[in-house]
Design a protein around this ligand. Structure first.
Ligand code: CP
Length: 323
């Protein structure tokens, strides 16, 4: 693997899921693989899971780790090409990346959507600069449009829970529903887009449920069925992935939603004892109720744990390329 920014960088999805599950069985399988090599984890935005799971994964592979919480610790970065830097910005992203090239064998970066310019976000205005200027493999720790390490962890988690589905002995593919949930502020599309892309590579029946005005970018959802009625979408669901996102068409707007889309135990009765997923962090009793979050159908903490093995499988494949 030469880089990891989307599902298209994975040559065989089932193989990397299998590898991640082997790593989960024995996380110290390849403790020397990264010896003498350095991964830079650059965070332009906040993180709990991505930062810590990446650090554990890199540690398990024997990599040296440089973590930079750039928003708090680095110079104020300039992203515009040709900018006259006579204002608040102190260091151009191009120069920062060139310096990271001197220190790192792998550069991993988190750069969220700015949610101000649809064009900038759709074109990955920051990640594209890393891809352009980095001379070492680049890994996305979530970008403007995708969250691939999360999506791989989601695929691992669904695979681990297929036993539950098999026991139900129904003659169909597992039904996975990505359902929109309410939120108090405009949220980016990266997790939803990415989950949609990766589910299209899995052997599942995949459906998206969201209110009118909240359809995701067609470039990610392609021919996936989008249903504007949550109860209808949830019927017989085996996996329910809860996530908020703002409007894509009316970029970053939050059109009014009259129905209650918060996932509750009552809504789960319509499902096939559906397992509930969320990438976290979650707004309890806004996106989903306490009873769902803490209930027996939730596999959300398992999903968070799998972030380690998702990252470790990817770092290991990148190291294969470097060694
Ligand atoms: N799910 C996820 O990426 O969590 P963090 O934002 O805490 O890294």
């Amino acid at each position: 693997m030469k880089k990891f920014t989307s599902v298209s960088d994975v040559s065989n999805l089932q193989q990397i899921i299998k590898k991640a599950l082997e790593i989960k069985e024995n996380p110290l399988l390849e403790t020397d693989k990264g010896k003498g090599k350095t991964i830079g984890l650059v965070f332009l935005n906040s993180s709990l899971r991505t930062r810590l799971s990446s650090q554990i994964a890199a540690q398990n592979l024997g990599l040296n780790i440089l973590t930079l919480n750039a928003a708090q610790e680095a110079w104020n970065l300039e992203f515009a090409d040709g900018a006259v830097m006579n204002g608040d910005t102190v260091e151009h992203i191009k120069d920062a990346i060139e310096v990271l090239n001197q220190y790192c064998d792998i550069i991993a970066v988190r750069c969220f959507a700015g949610m101000k310019s649809k064009e900038d976000d759709v074109n990955e205005s920051i990640l594209s600069q890393f891809e352009q200027h980095a001379k070492v493999p680049v890994i996305s720790l979530e970008s403007a449009t995708r969250h691939p390490l999360q999506s791989l962890a989601d695929c691992i988690t669904i695979t681990e829970n297929l036993g539950h589905f098999d026991k139900l002995s129904v003659n169909r593919k597992p039904k996975v529903v990505l359902t929109w949930a309410p939120h108090i502020k405009p949220i980016a599309h990266a997790v939803g887009n990415s989950f949609a892309e990766w589910m299209q590579e899995m052997d599942v029946e995949f459906v998206i449920a969201n209110p009118e005005g909240y359809d995701l970018d067609k470039n990610f959802t392609k021919d996936v069925k989008v249903i504007h009625n949550q109860d209808e979408a949830l019927k017989d669901a085996d996996f329910i992935y809860v996530k908020n996102w703002s409007s894509f068409d009316d970029y970053a707007a939050m059109p009014e939603v009259k129905e209650n889309w918060m996932l509750t135990n009552e809504k789960l009765t319509n499902t096939n004892q559906g397992k509930v997923m969320h990438c976290l962090p979650v707004r309890r009793n806004v996106e989903l109720s306490d009873e769902v979050m803490d209930g027996e159908n939730s596999i959300i903490y398992q999903q968070a744990k799998n972030r380690i093995f998702s990252a470790q499988a990817v770092f290991s494949e990148i190291l294969d390329e470097l060694n």
